[in-house]
Design a protein around this ligand. Structure first.
Ligand code: DGL
Length: 272
């Protein structure tokens, strides 16, 4: 595997672009290949078995393109499939849950941490386990927020409807006195300001995207996989459906136009 190869990043759709944006900001010398499974989004409401099958197909697709590391940008896919992907992959695999949990433990003052995510992520209990592994005495209050993803996809980052929904979802966390909240879904960093308004500035908001980029940097350094100086940086984009919508919504996530999006056909690679 070559150090000038791209880093493969995947998500159920467009939301994982928040993770790519963080990788580009922290590691400007690295190339990325992003795959959004827009044909099968959302993963958040699907069974763990189905998400694992999707993740295996994506692993085969990315390995077929000789990536040097894989970032599972999707919280739901990390919750259900990270272990299996790490065991099966020929390259290092980084998920978003462990880095987010570490940052939350570092940030909490009173040891009461809120976690918000898709129904699948919250049902898996993966964040709670990761947090308690790091600090057994921590109190974790978990809350699924399934309406946030469609609201973000609609571009309603600061819309009265989104604010109303956030008030409802976040009320139990406020009542529990959380001092830190993990934005445990790719889409939620886009609502960070609004969530801050609802919970108040004293509640620390943890964006797994930035923490994951840091974890990736550490993994690349430990394996001597950092792109050599002078490597030409090239970012590629792929989606499994509707590349035009991927381009228009994705632009808002990355903050720049996404050129030449490939239409990926999954399931055509042999599983390793
Ligand atoms: N990417 C998913 C996550 O982070 C959110 C969208 C979905 O449900 O697929 O959990």
């Amino acid at each position: 595997m070559s150090a000038d190869a791209p880093i493969g990043v995947f998500d159920s759709g467009i939301g994982g672009l928040t993770v790519v944006r963080a990788i580009h900001a922290l590691l400007p010398g690295e190339s990325t290949l992003y795959l959004g499974d827009t044909a099968r989004v959302p993963y958040g409401s699907k069974s763990p078995e189905t998400v694992r099958r999707y993740a295996r197909e994506i692993l085969a697709w990315l390995e077929g393109r000789a990536v040097k590391a894989i970032v599972v940008a999707c919280n739901t896919a990390t919750a259900h499939a990270l272990e299996e992907l790490s065991a099966a992959a020929s390259v290092p695999v980084v998920g978003v849950i462990e880095p987010g949990a570490r940052a939350a433990i570092a940030a909490t003052r009173g040891g009461v941490i809120g976690v918000i995510g898709t129904a699948g992520t919250i049902r898996s209990g993966a964040y709670g386990r990761a947090l308690r592994r790091l600090r057994p005495a921590v109190r974790v209050v978990e809350q699924p927020c399934p309406l946030f993803v469609p609201l973000v996809e609609e571009g309603w980052f600061d819309h009265p409807a989104t604010r109303l929904v956030a008030e409802e979802y976040l009320a139990p966390l406020r009542a529990a006195g959380v001092d830190t909240i993990v934005l445990g879904c790719t889409h939620y960093p886009m609502l960070s300001t609004l969530i801050g308004d609802v919970l108040g500035p004293e509640v620390a908001r943890i964006d797994s995207a930035q923490e994951t980029a840091r974890e990736l940097a550490a993994v690349l350094a430990a394996r001597h996989l950092e792109a050599p100086r002078g490597t030409v940086v090239h970012h590629r984009w792929a989606a499994t459906d509707d590349v035009a919508r991927f381009a228009s919504v994705g632009e808002r996530f990355v903050g720049e136009p996404l050129p030449a999006i490939e239409l990926a056909v999954l399931g055509s690679e042999p599983f390793s």
